[in-house]
Design a binder for this molecule. Structure first.
Ligand SMILES: *Cc1c(COP(=O)(O)O)cnc(C)c1O
Length: 361
């Protein structure tokens, strides 16, 4: 080992040295179906109107630290109950970070999630020195009610994260079990509704019912992944404290003006997401028709499926210019699982044809 290696090893906590960096593969020239992006751009006249709007931006000034117009538009769009507040984040990833920062330095601070789920909960918890308990889901990716309730008793977690629908499985957890978890939780329960535009199910209306529930949303999966805008909805008393942990200028001027513009044109996104939902049904049926494929139901804009040999299929698809997500390396319930994002009808066709080829020995 060189002296520099020693210095680095002494500087970082062992958990951080062990972490895998969040890996984003290069997708140049590929059919990109790996990251749950909406594949559609905007109509040309909408792009023109947007560019006109951008003329008013003053990049020499700091962004508005509390953009009330944008917050109001988001509340209307997401049907946030009137007596609830929202907190904006640079993507919902930043909201997760803010929530976990609130626990950093607290002795015995514990976070709980089902397993497998969205990797950022654990990634950020570990990087902040927090203990993260993963409770295995059942074989069909539903919540294990008894295991969740007994883990709540045993570990008394300060935060439980539930992705609704779950990523990478795509399913909605049982509403009754979620309600029990909220009732029995000693701390906060965060319902992460990143895929709300595709799910037509939400806990937003239930915010008034529980004082330990917060609902998280993002504009990323709706079709604005490049903007980085997420938000947390809930009681003012919680958000007021969390707001102290937020960097004052976390939402830049381009994002603020573009998000407001996009929400004023919500019909365009409604049409795009309706198309994606209908193409998801078609993709599900076509995957089901393949005898070597086990496909899992999805309420999101992606589908999880299992094949006899995921590594081989993944690489064969890549050779044919198609990038999806290989979850096989995660092991456990995700053994031999792949996740495909719903693209345009053309992309979905290209993917299915390539998949059939990849499944042929
Ligand atoms: C994609 C995703 C997010 C991250 O969203 P950003 O707002 O883009 O940071 C959060 N939660 C889940 C479950 C996701 O799949």
């Amino acid at each position: 080992m060189t002296i520099l290696d020693d210095k680095i090893a002494a500087f970082f906590r062992p958990e951080i040295l062990k972490l895998n960096a969040y890996h984003v593969p290069s997708a140049e020239e590929m059919v990109k179906l790996d990251a749950m992006e909406n594949p559609y751009h905007w109509p040309p006249e909408m792009v023109e109107a947007w560019l006109d709007r951008l003329r008013n931006i003053r990049p020499n000034r700091y962004p508005d630290p509390q953009p009330e117009h944008l917050k109001h538009a988001l509340k209307i769009h997401a049907k946030v109950p009137e007596n609830m507040e929202i907190l904006l984040g640079n993507g919902s990833d930043e909201i997760i970070q803010i929530l976990l920062m609130a626990l950093a330095g607290k002795p015995e601070a514990t976070v709980m999630t089902p397993q497998p789920t969205f990797v950022m909960y654990q990634q950020l918890a570990v990087s902040l020195g927090l203990k993260c308990i993963g409770v295995p889901l059942q074989k069909d990716f539903s919540l294990d009610r008894e295991a969740m309730l007994s883990a709540l008793d045993q570990y008394r977690p300060q935060i439980v994260f539930l992705a609704y629908p779950n990523n990478p499985s795509g399913n909605l957890f049982d509403e009754k079990v979620i309600l029990e978890i909220i009732e029995k939780s000693p701390g906060l329960v965060i319902l992460d509704e990143a895929y709300a535009p595709f799910a037509q199910a939400s806990f937003m209306e239930r915010l008034s019912q529980f004082d330990n529930l917060l609902v998280m949303r993002t504009l990323s999966k709706l079709g604005l992944a490049g903007l980085r805008l997420g938000f947390l909805a809930g009681r003012r008393a919680w958000l007021e404290q969390l707001d102290k942990l937020r960097l004052p200028y976390n939402i830049n001027v381009l994002t603020q003006i573009t998000a407001e513009f996009a929400l004023a044109n919500a019909a365009v996104f409604e049409q795009q997401t309706a198309q994606i939902r209908s193409d998801r049904t078609k993709m599900y049926q076509q995957l089901q028709n393949l005898p070597q494929v086990e496909v899992f139901p999805s309420a999101a804009n992606f589908i999880l499926f299992r094949v006899p040999d995921a590594d081989t299929v993944f690489h064969k698809l890549k050779q044919q210019g198609i990038l999806i997500k290989n979850l096989h390396p995660s092991g456990g319930l995700l053994t031999n699982c792949l996740r495909v994002t719903i693209g345009t009808p053309g992309e979905n066709e290209v993917f299915l044809t390539a998949l059939k080829t990849a499944l042929t020995p």
